[in-house]
Design a protein around this ligand. Structure first.
Ligand SMILES: [Zn+2]
Length: 534
């Protein structure tokens, strides 16, 4: 692989050359030969709400265009259906058990080398911008970033401020290769994109002509936006931004006034009329348009500054969103169905990726880091679980990639959370997915529950075929087991049978058997007295 010198070393090399005139420095590629990297991740962005993935509404035309100018991955799968674990997979090229970020809040361990650290080590200027409250500095996601902007959580009209800040940063960093990561949060609950986006898809929505009209208004000077200077989850944004447009919506009223526990709404314990749910889907779509318009602003600036040709642009969702799918409403953490795992992923790199490239083969978000490292001509560390997708970007073949994922653990705040039967990592759902089949494991003390779906004939995952097609499940089960066996939280992957057997043993025997290697995974590595003594 071609070696490129860190531009920051060039003055040192010049000095060395002067001191040892007989030894000229090695030839140095100009810094422009390294591509800039612009990575944009978007909150709760499910693939099937973008036209490029078949949606009837034109919610993300600019994301779609990036895909048309480069490559679209038709089946990109997140490694967890919630923010920190999924983004940690993006940044480290690993699944959650390997990077260790498995809940909210959590911290990315300093000993892990992130994508940002690899690129910074190769001489890139690095910056990250987000307002997501889980991504504060103590999350460890700031590793490798020269500049890390994370202001107070601020839902609604957020992509605008981030895109403006990013443009300002780009103007200051034109002369050295850069890695800029933005994480937009706007499509997340409470879905407050602000007027006029909040009314783009009003219930009287017929076609996109009205959207075009509103968009033409949006092209006017932006300072006439209704201000959204705050938005915690306590009601302000609903009342000020959304309720005026949807005064009769009982879900919004319940959320705004806290008449109902969130958990009752999320898990469908309150039956709301379908038109009310439909209105919230409209708001979600409005938030997608809002985010995409700000993506457009950023991409336009990239072109105007003259950076477009030498910049790899990646846009991806961090996970999807359930909008009533599988009994889950306006949240995502708790299942492993495609509405929360399948996300848009598009990559553009002029001169390297042919426009119109469409990749049907399944890929994982943890493949983004190795892909970007290869595109930047850097070595991909062998301990990354993800692999470089460059062969697929160049219409070459790549061995088949299985995707694994785990859901959120039981949350004390969500005491009514259904179908999670153990605390901690042990209770998480696990999944393996190939291009056609998905096998889900739901750990249960009376016998683990399995679900098998045929994603081709039943993309909505409505018919569990586990009993009917045990042969298909048996093909996937060994790989899921193998992935779980590698879990360093040794409590996490006990089967129900093992748990039962464990309970029948006295503690001393259990420990001895574990030490002798006859029993695997019985003692939690964190709390083990054996570990303490060693
Ligand atoms: Zn997220």
């Amino acid at each position: 692989m071609k070696r490129i010198l860190n531009p920051r070393l060039i003055p040192l090399l010049a000095l060395a050359s002067a001191l040892h005139a007989c030894r000229a420095p090695e030839p140095v590629d100009p810094p422009q030969s390294k591509p800039n990297v612009l990575l944009i991740t978007i909150e709760t962005l499910r693939a099937d709400h973008s036209a490029i993935y078949g949606y009837s509404r034109n919610t993300t035309p600019n994301l779609d265009r990036v895909g048309q100018q480069g490559a679209v991955f038709m089946q990109a799968i997140a490694q967890a259906p919630f923010t920190l674990p999924s983004l940690a997979s993006v940044m480290t090229g690993r699944t959650p058990p390997a990077h260790g970020v498995r809940n909210h809040p959590a911290a990315l361990r300093p000993e892990l080398t992130t994508l940002a650290e690899h690129l910074a080590g190769a001489g890139y200027d690095t910056a990250a911008m987000t307002r997501h409250s889980w991504l504060k500095r103590r999350s460890g996601f700031d590793q490798g970033f020269d500049e890390y902007y994370n202001n107070k959580f601020w839902a609604g009209l957020d992509a605008r401020s981030l895109s403006l800040a990013a443009i300002e940063w780009l103007r200051r960093h034109q002369d050295n290769p850069f890695f800029l990561w933005l994480h937009f949060i706007d499509p997340h609950l409470p879905y407050t994109p602000g007027y006029p986006y909040s009314v783009l898809y009003h219930p009287d929505y017929q076609d996109d002509s009205k959207v075009q009209h509103v968009r033409s208004m949006i092209e006017q000077p932006r300072d006439d936006f209704r201000p959204s200077p705050y938005a915690d989850l306590s009601g302000g944004p609903y009342l000020d931004l959304v309720l005026p447009h949807y005064p009769e919506n009982p879900i919004l009223l319940d959320l705004a006034t806290r008449q109902r526990q969130r958990v009752e709404i999320f898990f469908g314990k309150v039956r709301y009329p379908e038109p009310a749910i439909e209105q919230i889907r409209d708001l979600y779509d409005g938030a997608l348009v809002y985010t995409d318009d700000n993506l457009a602003r950023l991409l336009r600036a990239l072109s105007e500054i003259g950076l477009e040709k030498n910049t790899v642009v990646v846009v991806a969702g961090d996970h999807g969103e359930a909008l009533g799918d599988h009994g889950l409403y306006f949240t995502h953490d708790f299942t492993l169905y495609d509405e929360v795992l399948r996300v848009p992923l598009v990559v553009r790199m002029p001169g390297r990726i042919a426009p119109g490239t469409t990749v049907a083969q399944q890929v994982r978000l943890m493949d983004i880091a190795p892909t970007l490292l290869e595109l930047a001509d850097l070595d991909v560390p062998e301990d990354m679980e993800g692999v470089s997708l460059v062969p697929l970007l160049e219409n070459r073949s790549l061995p088949y990639l299985k995707a694994f994922a785990e859901s959120a653990p039981k949350r004390p705040l969500f005491s009514g959370q259904p179908r999670v039967y153990y605390d901690g990592n042990k209770g998480k759902w696990r999944m393996v997915r190939d291009d056609r089949w998905k096998l889900i494991l739901i750990p249960h003390p009376d016998g683990d529950i399995f679900e098998l779906y045929d994603l081709v004939s039943d993309p909505g995952e409505t018919r569990n075929l586990y009993e009917e097609l045990p042969g298909e499940a048996a093909k996937l089960w060994p790989s899921l087991q193998e992935w779980m066996r590698k879990d360093p939280d040794r409590e996490a992957n006990r089967t129900a049978e093992e748990t039962e057997a464990l309970e029948e043993l006295d503690p001393a025997t259990r420990q001895q058997l574990e030490v002798l290697g006859y029993i695997n995974n019985l003692i939690n590595s964190e709390s083990s007295t054996i570990k303490d003594q060693s």
